[in-house]
Design a protein around this ligand. Sequence first.
Ligand code: ADP
Length: 333
Amino acid sequence: MAIVDPEGRVEISTASAKNLFGLRTGLFVRDASVDHLNRLFHSIIDQDTQQYREEEKLFQLFTNGEERYFHADAAPRTDRDGHLTGVILILKDVTEQRHVEELKSGLISTVSHQLKTPLTSIRMAIHLLLEEKVGPLTEKQIDLLLAAREESDLLHRILSKLLDIRRIEIGRSQMTFQAVSPHTLIMEAVETLRRSAQEGGVDLATDIHDNLPLVNADTSQICIVFSNLLSNALRYTEPGGRISVKAETEGQMVRFFVTDTGSGIPDQFLQRIFEQFFRVPDQKSETGTGLGLAIAKEIVEAHGGTINVESQKGQGATFSFTLKRVDQSPEGE
Ligand code: ADP
């Protein structure tokens, strides 16, 4: 930890801040060996948190030939009257945590790959049996095989989604970002779901302002986000209900909303809804995997945005996420 005065000079620092980052008393933070610290300091001084993105808070450092990971954060230091008297820089060594994370996701993707091949054979066998290619079946046998098919289809969906998550994690740097209009993103997403909405008796409406700025997005990935949010909205909304999609400018970002009039999510589960495999207990739909929202979150964060939910049980739900504007200028707000 280090405390820096408003001019950027280190006032006090702990031994590890000195040893690892060279943050000696009197040193200007702009001269520190790690550039992140200076930008973090400025994000507080200039009161511009957009300047320092959440994912940049994690950075790598080589010390004594060893690779270590740190999480950096900053907080303003103020006097009694609320005047800024400096910035507190907090640096946490997260190397162990990071190794555990890597091990976990590596393990998940290896296991998913390994399970896919035998699962394909099982599904094929069930398919052949149900087609009665190897002999006639009794009604009881058909019932059992249909149940087995349903479960193996669910397993197949889970494995595919786990592999999708891994691909997004690995491919963060390979996303192809383009300037796209929010209108195009929404219309592409809504079109693919329009038919299912009609069949489910749910009204699907859009509300897009004309003068929205372009956003920086990988269109196919954002389509996956919308598709997960919209298919959830459909799944948890009864016939006669309504789903609306809209977008509006919010500072340097554009916020997209998917609102439904469905069953809603009880308060105590809102925090956990984006976790992998989390599903609200005792709900009607049994076909989900609990991975759709985790994937949506992963994609939105890879774009430098955030995803949120607001809901009350029985009152419908609103999911919203942000994407960066391309122009980044105040016009058009
Ligand atoms: P699932 O495949 O189970 O839908 P998700 O990750 O997409 O997985 O969603 C996690 C859980 O969040 C769901 O099981 C459901 O309980 C809840 N949920 C998601 N979207 C909605 C919604 N629009 N309305 C009510 N509950 C929702």
